[in-house]
Design a protein around this ligand. Structure first.
Ligand SMILES: Cc1cc2nc3c(=O)[nH]c(=O)nc-3n(C[C@H](O)[C@H](O)[C@H](O)COP(=O)(O)OP(=O)(O)OC[C@H]3O[C@@H](n4cnc5c(N)ncnc54)[C@H](O)[C@@H]3O)c2cc1C
Length: 461
């Protein structure tokens, strides 16, 4: 006979991601009783601190400090040990800070919906049910393995999590897909000493970016020794020995490349398959993502979906902003919406990073806007000696400015510190600060923001 513990809460959160935990903290602080269910004891805090942003950016840092004389394997093993120590500390901090609160409970186990207000965790005498009038689903996303013959069964198939947690530096890494994740891993492992090949199906990397920016990224990665093959359609993965052989077609010719590790980086899909959303009456789109309105309400008005699981942009800060929107619905004015987001920046953490915001030149021209384009290579920006002081002068800065209003419409910064500088540009865009004001402002010295003093005057189109 089943022996179930039945809990009730004001709010139930399914998944310990950025949005869910942020909402859980605010709601408990507001006096509500919150139960949060997380399926893995290795994932308190979610993807970002455990297997996403934090470990990858720490690896970017370590890869950049490797000296030619360092033993590649030993250096990598020491680096990943440091990464494990940091992620373990973050994980424990995430658990303790929430579970330690009087009105919050963290349950470890996989949540499955029984009905629109109840989930179950575990089975038999360990089974716990939780019933709540408000439910937040924050179950994140998982990598998609493309349907290429031989790929799923390959012993050399790795996930991003495998690469971050292993102590063994792969000798030959092949990355399938030249998107954000693929390029970051290619850059990191190349600089640790791995031989890296990117196989990209389209005719160039970063199809969303302008040609000149994509070309600069390609030049930098290639210069660092990453082998980039575009227009490559992978047809088969063969495993006959210590390595995988990846067969691909390019311009009608069949070629192969060998890999001791094979990373598909062709996208991530929402984690909804095991949730029994049908029992909750929550609708999903064809790709599995939960359908939400601009206030992140699902087809059940008392159930919200936050973060990667709702099919929006897959970034930690989007999940955080999702939490703001949901909290505004639950205990605020109810005015925030996904549609009010403006100038959301992005960073690709290669070396140097590429940070972008707003429109590309191509998009602005396609919209028929009257624009001026300012662009300058980092090495040529006299007002920005910082690039020389840290010996990283590669890259380019580009701004798209409205010719009539002088407002910044977009920027692509391939530069040292771009991940910081882009936030200033985005803030300026949100608050209608003009290009001239950005150009003429006072900035610290030597800093990367100082580039604004010069680059806006380098009008190229
Ligand atoms: C390698 C990598 C690098 C990245 N780098 C960056 C970066 O630099 N910057 C950035 O902004 N974004 C980055 N991202 C993306 C970012 O990590 C995600 O967008 C973000 O973490 C998503 O958060 P979330 O709130 O949607 O949920 P997640 O943080 O994914 O959390 C979902 C949680 O739900 C749990 N769960 C799933 N199903 C159930 C269930 N049935 N019951 C209970 N629990 C369940 C999961 O175990 C997980 O812990 C990166 C992602 C990866 C993979």
């Amino acid at each position: 006979m089943e022996d179930t513990t039945a809990l009730t809460a004001d709010v139930l959160v399914v998944g310990f991601g950025k949005g869910g935990k942020t909402a859980a903290h605010v709601l408990t602080d507001a006096g509500q009783r919150v139960v949060l269910v997380e399926r893995s004891a290795n994932m308190y805090g979610g993807t970002c601190p455990n297997v996403g942003c934090v470990p990858t950016k720490m690896l970017v840092h370590f890869a950049g400090t490797r000296r030619a004389a360092d033993d590649a394997q030993g250096f990598f093993a020491r680096s990943t040990a440091e990464v494990r120590a940091l992620t373990a500390a973050f994980r424990a901090g995430n658990f303790d800070s929430l579970d330690g609160k009087d009105t919050a409970t963290v349950i470890t186990g996989t949540a499955v919906f029984l009905d629109p207000r109840t989930i179950a965790v575990g089975e038999g005498e360990d089974r716990i049910t939780v019933t709540a009038p408000t439910i937040l689903i924050n179950t994140g996303s998982e990598p998609v393995v493309p349907a290429i013959p031989g790929l799923a069964a390959s012993p050399h198939l790795v996930t991003s999590t495998d690469l971050i947690t292993t102590s063994n530096l792969p000798e030959r890494l092949v990355v399938l897909g030249g998107g954000y994740l693929g390029l970051e891993f290619a850059d990191i492992y190349r600089r640790f000493g791995t031989h890296v090949t990117i196989l990209e199906a389209t005719d160039r990397l970063l199809p969303r970016e302008d040609d000149d920016i994509a070309a600069s990224v390609t030049e930098i990665l290639t210069g660092d020794g990453v082998h980039i093959i575009t227009g490559a359609h992978v047809t088969e993965v063969r495993d006959d020995g210590a390595v995988s052989t990846i067969v691909y077609e390019q311009d009608g010719r069949t070629s192969t490349v060998e890999a001791s590790a094979l990373l598909p980086a062709t996208g991530r899909r929402a984690v909804t398959a095991g949730l029994r959303l049908d029992a909750a009456g929550v609708r999903t789109a064809a790709n599995g993502a939960i359908e939400v309105d601009e206030h992140l309400r699902t087809s059940q008005p008392h159930i919200y979906a936050l973060g990667d699981v709702n099919g929006g942009e897959q970034f930690t800060y989007i999940s955080l902003d999702d939490a703001r929107i949901v909290l505004d619905q639950l205990i605020g004015e109810g005015t925030r919406a996904t549609t009010d987001r403006r100038a959301v920046p992005h960073t690709l953490f290669i070396t140097p990073p590429l940070a972008t915001v707003g429109l590309t030149e191509r998009q602005a021209r396609a919209e028929g806007l009257a624009i001026t384009v300012s662009r300058e290579k980092v090495a040529d920006i006299v007002a920005m000696p910082r690039a020389y002081t840290v010996e990283e002068t590669r890259g380019v800065m580009k701004f798209i400015v409205d010719a009539d209003t002088d407002l910044v419409l977009g920027a692509a910064l391939l530069s040292i510190d771009a991940q910081e500088v882009i936030n200033t540009v985005a803030l300026a865009m949100r608050h209608d600060i003009t290009a001239t004001e950005l150009r003429d402002s006072i900035y610290t010295h030597p800093s990367t923001t100082e580039a604004f003093n010069e680059v806006f005057d380098k009008v190229v189109a």
